[in-house]
Ligand binder design. Structure first.
Ligand code: ATP
Ligand code: ZN
Ligand code: MG
Length: 500
């Protein structure tokens, strides 16, 4: 990497008369202060005096970044010139900063990045920044810009490539009782009503009973037997939590954002209320005047807030592994074009167990969870389904997945055959839940500690709509055709409401 920084030092007085002294300072800086060893050095290549200004060109090829040298240069001038010549440094500005580095692969399309102009030639990138503030340099933006640029080029090679997917286990083929789309049939039967807004559903008693049964089975057959304890979290996630988990940069286009009113003073709302009463419409422009900008979003997944609840805590050894789950927060995701039936919706109900413990504890837990899940899907639902290792987005980005033979960390997707979509071979199976062990990613992000042990964590997303639709797609809507194990939980549907 090559760094070339142009900076100006403004002194408290004219320094033209002490040119020789400045030149001496520059040589000392180059030979001592800026040269720690051969790898760790920066060099002032040019120094020009203009009245009370000293313009420096600082160059480096190694780990010692010129911007990190600025403070040392400043301190040196203060020390050398202050007492003897009574001039102090009033300010330092960076006029231009150019950084040249090589990529592993040549970009496929032009790349851009905030705060800099980017030029590429083959694998070589030149990033040019002008008017850079102190704060900008101190906050380590430069390194993050370099990393982001590398990541963007890397992503160009991923685009359009199939996700990593490796089969782990599959059930026997099981003859489905029908091949209709359960959502459509449930709508016809008035079990379900679409809306009122995109990707949302109203579950009438029959459909609600199916979903609630799924919840009951998950708790009674999987979570309780393994000792999970229930927690209740907030639906509304402030951005700082998502900044820590990486969701904020991972899927900003999928959140439902939350805004707060600026005020609840009736005087401030008077005009809006008048308008609403008179026009019987919502005047969005008027409403917006009384709203704050978003600072949070509705739950996307429950685990981030569970981790947040452990932030900075030291967990007692006897509480390990921590086994908790939330089933209260409702998840919202802007699915856009992908919406379908109740299986891909913008608002869904999940139970999310989260586990924190040592690597060994979590690997054992994974086996136990798999055993319980298998019992549910094989013996209660009698489902045709399979499990596969997949690449979650956060690992895809980091390029960490699929390399290690040992699958300690990673995500397992559970997929069900959906007869209404076509043949087993050619149709897309539905991911109805997943299970992950994520190493220490979130443990680090939220500084969670144990007395002695090193902690890992993981979670499993149990989508109730997905469980329900996978079951109904294979077993139909008539309880008489449902497997015995399931009928122990739900034998008869509620009567529901008759419409004329
Ligand atoms: P997909 O690839 O289907 O979009 P995902 O990878 O986004 O799923 P995760 O974030 O891993 O899903 O969430 C875990 C679980 O949450 C899924 O296995 C599924 O049960 C449920 N889920 C996710 N998105 C939806 C949705 N839009 N509608 C209903 N359930 C969902
Ligand atoms: Zn999670
Ligand atoms: Mg998704």
């Amino acid at each position: 990497m090559k760094f070339d920084l142009q900076a100006s030092f403004t002194f408290s007085g004219d320094i033209t008369a002490i040119k020789k002294e400045i030149e001496r300072c520059v040589s000392t800086l180059n030979e001592n202060v800026l040269k720690k060893d051969d790898d760790h050095k920066a060099k002032i290549e040019r120094a020009a005096i203009e009245g009370n200004k000293l313009c420096l060109s600082i160059y480096s090829e190694g780990v010692f970044r010129p911007h990190n040298a600025l403070l040392q240069i400043k301190n040196f001038f203060v020390k050398e010139l202050g007492l003897k010549h009574h001039v102090g440094v009033r300010g330092v500005t960076v006029d231009h900063y150019s950084i040249v580095f090589d990529l592993e692969k040549e970009p496929l399309h032009p790349v851009s990045i905030p705060f800099a102009e980017v030029k590429t030639q083959g694998k070589q990138v030149t990033m040019s920044l002008s008017e850079v503030s102190d704060e900008f340099l101190q906050k380590n933006y430069i390194d993050r810009m370099i990393n982001r640029l590398k990541e963007k080029v890397e992503n160009q090679y991923y685009e359009g490539k199939a996700e990593f997917w490796k089969l782990i286990w599959e059930s026997d083929e099981i003859k489905p009782v029908w091949s209709s789309d359960p959502t459509e049939e449930m709508v016809k039967l008035d079990w379900l009503k679409q809306g009122p807004t995109k990707g949302k559903w109203f579950y009438r008693p029959q459909a609600a009973a199916v979903l609630k049964t799924m919840e009951k089975i998950a708790i009674e057959e999987v979570l309780k037997p393994l000792g999970f304890q229930e927690v209740i979290e907030s639906h509304i996630k402030p951005f700082d939590i998502w900044l820590k988990t990486g969701h904020m940069e991972g899927m900003p286009g999928e959140f439902y954002y939350v805004v707060e009113p600026k005020t609840r003073d009736p005087k401030d709302w008077e005009h809006f209320v008048d308008l609403t009463k008179i026009t019987k419409e919502v005047n969005i422009a008027e409403l917006t005047k009384n709203l704050s900008p978003p600072s949070a979003g509705i739950c996307y997944a429950q685990c981030p807030m569970i981790y947040w609840s452990f932030k900075g805590k030291t967990i007692a050894e006897r509480s390990l592994p921590v086994l908790v789950y939330d089933k209260t927060a409702v998840s919202c995701r802007y699915e856009s074009g992908g919406r379908h039936g109740i299986e891909r919706v913008d608002e869904f109900h999940r139970i999310e167990p989260v586990y924190i413990g040592t690597r060994e504890q979590l690997l054992i837990l994974r086996e136990k969870l798999l055993e319980r899940y298998k019992f549910v899907f094989n013996d209660i639902f009698e489902l045709e389904w399979r499990m596969a290792w997949v690449t979650p987005w956060y690992m895809q980005q980091a390029g960490k997945f699929g390399e290690s033979k040992e699958q300690d960390t990673g995500t397992i997707d559970f997929e069900a055959y959906m007869p209404y979509r076509g043949t087993r071979k050619d149709s897309e199976w539905l991911e109805f839940q997943n299970l992950s062990i994520l190493g220490d990613k979130y443990i680090q992000a939220f500084t969670i500690k144990a007395q002695k042990s090193e902690l890992w964590s993981g979670c499993s997303g149990i989508g109730l709509e997905r469980w329900a639709i996978a079951f109904l797609a294979q077993k139909g809507l008539n309880p008489e055709h449902w497997p015995k194990g399931f009928r122990k939980y739900l034998d008869k549907l509620p009567e529901g409401i008759q419409f004329l």
